[in-house]
Design a protein around this ligand. Sequence first.
Ligand code: SAM
Length: 246
Amino acid sequence: MLPDLNNLWQTTLDWSPSPQQQKQFEQLYQGILAGNQQCNLTRITEPEAFWEKHLWDSLCSLIPLGLENLTTASFIDIGTGGGFPGLPCAIALPQSQITLLDSTQKKIAYLKTLISQLGLSGVNAVAARAEAFAEQRKQQENYDIALVRAVAAAPVCAEYAFPFLKVGGMAILYRGRWTVEEEAELSEALAELGGVIEDVQGFSTPISHSERHCLYLQKTEPTDARFPRPVGVANKEPLGKKPSKK
Ligand code: SAM
């Protein structure tokens, strides 16, 4: 069972779950433990670690934006894995629309079952590579917010996210340590993608005191027609990196 850490929610994020949301977090936890028997959804299974690294961590990025401003926003969670950060966000924002995207068919099949057990009517799950899904015309410029945690280097995550975003929309990248060198590379990539780094927020996680940075990337212009590049290219030839000389 998850620990009751309502005080910690309140003191660290100035938010705490309703009894219904607490029940859903517990169902999510039990559902992920059960799903781990079928496919590898997460290695973080100990209750306190699950609370901190999956629940708290997923939600910390939304607090600077104000949950009250996001109630009807549309989200895509790219490379969601076991449903993070998308599922905790969907529980905190029950009226939002959230698409969970992952290239692993088995994880998505299980997430579909879990979504219906949790009664999350605004959430759907799609098995596809980000680059392939973004080729669908109706997915382009379709979302207010893209969430990307632990998927690839920051410029690659930005490249996956930007075709999905409306102009004025925002990609939130979850990173651990964050350096000036990484920031310079990401800014170069964003110049090609039509965006800017709007904000970088640093957090210390409340139990293990690990370093967390959330990057808020604003889409300022329509994405150039050359994006999304074909599957695999963003990773192989990342934007913002000079090709190495032979
Ligand atoms: N976001 C989750 C989290 O933080 O717990 C899962 C992170 S897991 C390390 C990375 C996930 O990204 C994997 O489930 C993988 O299948 C998915 N992934 C990697 N590249 C992807 C792509 N191009 N399109 C869709 N999913 C991708």
